[in-house]
Write a protein that binds this ligand. Structure first.
Ligand code: ZN
Length: 159
């Protein structure tokens, strides 16, 4: 970390999210701009496979970054199926970049990808804002259907 980067210049902070902690924008982050680097020990994949941590980021067929250190602020970024940021690998560096304009107070998210989703999210259901919204819509449709069913049951009998 260079001396010139002070805490106040960072456009984000760690805060409470629905699923634990999350990373939130404190300033307007424009689409396409760099947000933060996902940092950690660089490990060969076969070593990383043995580790019991969720904070692993595979950068290529040989190397994985172990991002479990608390210094790695990017580890607080939660998964979303409709994210506002993405993680790009450039020369083994993992860069989190905004793919939409992110407003102060918005939670910063990126899509963790299919492998992670299937391993850690699928079983208990995704709790990202987009899936949460979908669930609410489904539930209200279900309720409407049940109501209709109920009224049908109470239909007047023919004389
Ligand atoms: Zn989701």
């Amino acid at each position: 970390m260079s001396k010139t980067s002070s805490t106040s210049r960072r456009p984000y902070r760690v805060g409470r999210a629905k699923t634990g902690l999350g990373l939130f924008a404190t300033k307007l982050i424009r689409r396409g701009s760099f947000i933060v680097r996902y940092i950690g020990r660089m490990l060969p994949n076969r070593i990383a496979d043995e580790l019991d941590t969720k904070y692993l980021f595979e950068v290529n067929a040989r190397w994985t970054v172990d991002g479990s250190s608390r210094k790695n602020v990017a580890r607080y970024i939660n998964h979303s199926c409709r994210p506002n940021a993405e993680a790009d690998v450039k020369k083994r560096k993992i860069l989190i970049t905004a793919i939409r304009t992110i407003h102060p107070g918005d939670e910063i998210t990126y899509n963790y990808g299919r492998d992670y989703f299937n391993a850690f999210i699928k079983d208990h259901g995704c709790r990202c804002a987009s899936c949460h919204q979908k669930k609410l819509v489904l539930r209200s449709e279900q309720r409407k259907r049940n109501k209709r069913k109920g009224s049908k049951g109470r239909k007047r009998r023919k004389h």
